[in-house]
Write a protein of this length. Structure first.
Length: 151
């Protein structure tokens, strides 16, 4: 699995909104400036996140974006799926090497491995909530079951 800029920026934007959840709507331009991300990218990602009901938007002079639900209810998988339009690209389906060999009607012994990997990745990403990322790296590592790095 390769984390693309769409996925990474989607998590960064969502995390930014979670950190500022008590401030009301935040503009895409403000998120882009504070996170040093390209403004056009941010607007496109926020649109995808809005379509997935992760963020909501308000129009007007004091408008902008905010989380549609509490950060405790939003998973990293939801964010990546919305920003990236999926969490794992199963090449057998999206970029078949050989139409005949890669069709679902053929007997492919490799496909089950990729499907299992996709399921495991999705399980891990479902187990991490946006709220889990609101702390420093050592605490995130602890929450997700990774060893804490020693300085």
């Amino acid at each position: 699995m390769r984390i693309t800029t769409w996925a990474e920026y989607g998590v960064i934007c969502s995390l930014h909104l979670a950190r500022r959840s008590t401030e009301g709507p935040v503009t895409g331009r403000d998120i882009a400036a504070r996170e040093r991300l390209p403004g056009d990218y941010v607007e496109q990602i926020l649109l995808r996140l809005r379509r997935a009901d992760i963020v909501q938007s308000t129009r007007g002079a004091k408008g902008g974006y905010e989380l549609a639900r509490p950060a405790t209810e939003i998973t990293v998988r939801e964010i990546i799926s919305a920003a990236e339009l999926g969490t794992f690209d199963l090449h057998c389906d999206t970029h078949p090497v050989d139409e005949e060999r890669c069709s679902h009607s053929s007997d492919c012994s490799i496909r089950p491995v990729w499907v299992m990997l996709q399921q495991r990745i999705d399980e891990v990403l479902d187990g991490v909530r946006l709220a889990d990322l609101l702390v420093a790296e050592p605490q995130v590592r602890e929450r997700v079951g990774l060893p804490v790095l020693q300085a």
